[in-house]
Design a binder for this molecule. Structure first.
Ligand code: PA5
Length: 467
């Protein structure tokens, strides 16, 4: 049974379309074959040894049962699910919600049967206050999601939510809180145990940005009515393709190789992820984190200093044709464009047949928004190609659980393969840690006094430089 169909069209990455300075030749692709095979074997070994866990996420029936059991036990008692989480602990939930329940912010009316998902992924007080004002504590489930259990933003947001619930519900507040965190590690897990919150684990070998198909993404999805079994079925079907040694049959490896060639050999340090679908807009932001944090690295695995990375940009079609495409067409030829298209969108958007007797209007009469959207995407790809700007397209047959689960899984495989091709560790994030430690130091967390002192020296240096 075909669970999903996702096509990768690389034609406009080829030298025959955009010239040899910007496009890839058959010979260059052929030369990459042994490295592609090594990348596949290297990542497969690491995955089988259990070093990296995202590829195992589609096969965890006990977790799915636990999540669905919990969802059934609280069903009907809430109109809002409010997530306190950030980065990989928030973006997957947003990508799934936006993709499967409708684009933000126009999802329609919410009720206990169709709960709203509110994601507090910032400590901007105006966001948090507006969220609190918009929710009813008696009808809200709070999810605290943090693998480390200690991220300052998540802890701060959660403390506010916990207090807000407790003021209305007293001791019953604990039954309205669930936590997703590392099992038995980190202080969120300590608090959860002390206060009796329901908890779900983040596997040790699954990093934040690779965690969308763990409880991190599945719990909020299940609580808002997404069919998580289908989501995982799509991801499992994609797994089968992504372990294929046949470069033509493996979309993640093929795409990693093509993107590697364009980036490294044709000097394209920027990748624009360009969905022509508001439903995929959340996924574009999720991908932006995945690509940036996984591939932006100081050193190779052999400790060679490289300071490598490809800057991901999220652009939305057709909206950003009217804000970005001038730059993309005529500015520096330093970008590769990856369009995301949907063959059968969930809605067609019929334009009325009545004519108004004006040329600029009447050619659209009786056509559809879906047709216009797709024509604009094809036209933008053609225009970029004719200006020698390499681009490619992923086309999802539909946007449903199977396709989105498969697509996100494919993008994670592609990122892992790219890490192998670059010989970097795509799964750590040392670069984020220093800023976090400075924050802890500045906010007075015990154990981080040296970072406070380092920050003070930095301020002194600034004062001297500004004199
Ligand atoms: O991908 C990552 O590892 C990060 O972006 C984390 O998801 C982010 O820093 C949040 O971490 P935590 O889940 O520990 O709060």
């Amino acid at each position: 049974m075909v669970v999903m169909r996702i096509q990768f069209d690389e034609t406009n990455l080829r030298a025959a379309m955009v010239g040899v300075a910007h496009g890839v030749t058959e010979k260059e692709i052929g030369k990459m074959a042994p490295r592609a095979a090594d990348a596949l074997a290297g990542f497969r070994r690491a995955s089988e040894e259990g070093r990296y866990g995202f590829a195992h996420m589609p096969y965890r029936p006990a977790l799915v049962k636990a999540i669905l059991g919990y969802a059934a036990s609280v069903r009907g008692s809430y109109e809002t699910v409010c997530v306190a989480g950030i980065g990989g602990s928030a973006l997957g939930a947003w990508a799934l919600d936006c993709g499967l329940r409708g684009p933000h912010p126009v999802q329609g009316s919410f009720s206990a049967a169709n709960p709203r998902l509110v994601i507090l992924d910032n400590v901007d007080p105006t966001l948090v206050q507006a969220a609190l004002d918009s929710m009813n504590p008696r009808k809200t489930l709070v999810l605290a999601i943090a693998k480390s259990g200690a991220t300052a933003e998540t802890v701060a947001g959660f403390l506010i939510l916990r207090d807000w619930l407790t003021k209305k519900l007293g001791a019953r507040a604990a039954s309205r809180i669930a936590v997703v965190t590392s099992h038995g590690r980190g202080e969120l897990s300590v608090l959860a145990e002390r206060e009796g919150y329901r908890t779900f684990p983040v596997p040790e070998n699954v990093g934040g940005r690779f965690s969308v198909l763990s409880a991190v993404g599945l719990l909020p999805a299940a609580l808002t009515g997404v069919n998580i079994r289908k989501l995982l079925r799509g991801a499992a079907a994609m797994n089968r393709l992504c372990w294929s040694r046949d470069l033509a049959a493996n979309p993640a490896l093929r795409s990693a190789v093509m993107h590697y060639l364009v980036w490294r050999h044709k000097n394209k340090p920027i990748q624009v992820a360009f969905p022509y679908s508001n439903r995929l807009w959340g996924a574009a932001f999720w991908f932006r984190q995945l690509w940036a944090e996984s591939l932006g690295k100081a050193r190779t695995r052999r400790e060679e200093k490289v300071n490598i990375g490809q800057t991901p940009v999220a652009a939305l079609g057709t909206t950003d044709q009217h804000s970005q495409v001038q730059l993309y067409m005529e500015g520096p030829n330093d970008k590769v464009f990856t369009f995301w298209a949907v063959r059968k969108p969930p809605a067609i958007g019929r334009i009325p047949k009545q004519r108004v007797g004006l040329e600029a209007f009447d050619y659209l009469a009786g056509r559809s928004l879906a047709e216009l959207l797709d024509a604009e995407r094809a036209a933008t790809a053609a225009a970029l190609t004719s200006n020698g700007r390499p681009n490619c397209t992923f086309t999802l047959d539909r946007i449903d659980e199977e396709h989105l689960g498969a697509f996100l899984q494919m993008l994670m495989f592609q990122t892992a393969f790219m890490g192998e091709l670059l010989d970097i560790n795509a799964f750590d994030q040392e670069g984020v840690e220093l800023g976090k430690r400075f924050t802890f130091g500045l906010m007075g967390r015990p154990g981080y006094e040296t970072y406070r002192q380092r920050f003070q020296s930095y301020e002194e240096k600034r004062a001297a430089a500004g004199r």
